[in-house]
Design a protein around this ligand. Structure first.
Ligand code: NAP
Length: 364
């Protein structure tokens, strides 16, 4: 049951939610599982299936839905999960997941499992974005993309982060025609098969994307602006040992090349140290893997945000934000660990923090 409150506009009396969770990655679903089991009747805004969200990489189920094997989420060792997945996830969703033998769990599978688990305990879900919030009033006020306006006594922000691009005009020109920030989503497309492709970046994402692309591409150029990777050693070693990957050290992308008929045809790189040195790498694909930006645009100054755009946790070891009753979980507030398991962990913390805060307000 939800508590009722007088909105005070249009004389309309609306139902105020007790707890609204914005976001549908591991943080959002873990918060929902805990909140639902605590009978808080949580409402999750999982995001909308819009073209803009597709382009930005902010579709429902978050970044894990854009990845392949998840080898480091505890509880899913390599093995045949088929029977369990068939029993746990609705067949209509299973149909869209690639068969996945022997490698534990995939990102999309893990996210569907979490969503299903939250649903099993009664979580209500809206496939819609929250586009506006007012945290200066109580209960808080929220508005969705579809125009739904409502109130909520507590809110958990778990909107995650999205992939960055370099910001070159030529990246925009060829988006979806060879330019991508998600090899896992797009790598298997015909235009990349048996063709050379380029990846830019030197972190774990760049390692993962390059390695993944070798399944399809004839060759992967990995362009990095420095002479060493920031990626974890095991992933960097995998890249360096892969004969299909060639690293272009100390190099930056100057322009993505292409034409209307073919989309991307290559990239022009230039030396990061010796700027006079340029080279054209022929390629049908260009994949940006240069880090992430938190999805905090809809907050519009309503919460304290740090200089990188992440929501600030104001109290050590708590998911409190600068507004009492608003909690943050997962990558939207974490630019340091950024792992599925840490996001899930803070999602759990946020639900417990919200439950205790609501109880202290006398909202049950
Ligand atoms: P990241 O670790 O921040 O690395 C970003 C990379 O892009 C860096 O190498 C950086 O170069 C480069 N870069 C940034 N801006 C650039 C620019 N304007 N021009 C050229 N290069 C630029 O980001 P990430 O790789 O996305 O990883 C984020 C987090 O997710 C990490 O914690 C990572 O461990 C985790 N992750 C884990 C896995 C996995 O375990 N399977 C997979 C993917 C990501 P510099 O090095 O010179 O700064």
């Amino acid at each position: 049951m939800t508590a009722e409150a007088d909105l005070g506009f249009s004389g309309e009396k609306l139902v105020a939610e007790r707890l609204t969770i914005i976001g549908s990655g591991p943080a959002g679903w873990t918060a929902a599982i805990y909140a639902a089991r605590a009978t808080l009747d949580p409402l999750v805004y999982e995001g909308a299936f819009t073209e803009e969200n597709r382009q930005m990489g902010t579709l429902p189920l978050g970044q894990l839905a854009l990845t392949t094997e998840v080898e480091n989420f505890p509880g899913f060792p390599a093995g045949n999960m088929t029977g369990y997945l068939d029993a746990a996830i609705d067949e209509s969703k299973r149909r869209y997941m690639a068969p996945h033998g022997g490698h534990g769990v995939s990102g999309p599978e893990l996210m569907e499992l979490m969503r299903q688990q939250a649903t099993n305990f009664g979580t209500r879900i809206r496939t819609d974005d929250i586009v506006d919030v007012d945290f200066s009033v109580r209960p808080f006020r929220l508005r969705s993309l579809s125009g739904e306006e409502f109130e909520s006594h507590a809110v958990i922000v778990a909107t995650g982060a999205r992939a960055n691009y370099l910001g070159l005009p030529s990246e925009d020109t060829y988006k979806n025609r060879g330019v991508s920030a998600c090899a896992v989503c797009d790598g298997a497309l015909p235009r990349f098969r048996n063709q050379p492709v380029v990846v830019v970046g030197g972190g774990d994402s760049a390692m993962e994307e390059s390695t993944f692309l070798t399944r399809f591409a004839s060759r992967v150029w990995l362009v990095h602006r420095r002479d060493s990777f920031r990626a974890s050693r095991i992933m960097a070693e995998r890249v360096l040992a892969n004969p299909k990957i060639e690293v272009k050290w100390n190099s930056v992308i100057e322009e993505v090349l292409g034409d209307d008929a073919h989309g991307v045809t290559g990239v022009r790189i230039r030396g990061a140290r010796d700027q006079a040195v340029t080279e054209v790498l022929p390629a049908t694909g260009y994949f940006a893997a240069i880090g992430h930006t938190p999805n905090t645009g809809f907050l519009r100054g309503q919460l304290q945000i740090n200089d990188k755009g992440y929501v600030v946790w104001t109290t050590p070891q708590r998911t409190f934000t600068s507004v009492a009753g608003v909690f943050a979980a997962g990558d939207v507030a974490d630019d340091y660990y950024r792992q599925a398991i840490t996001a899930a962990g803070t999602g759990c913390s946020a639900a417990l923090d919200a439950e205790r805060w609501l109880a202290a307000q006398g909202i049950h």
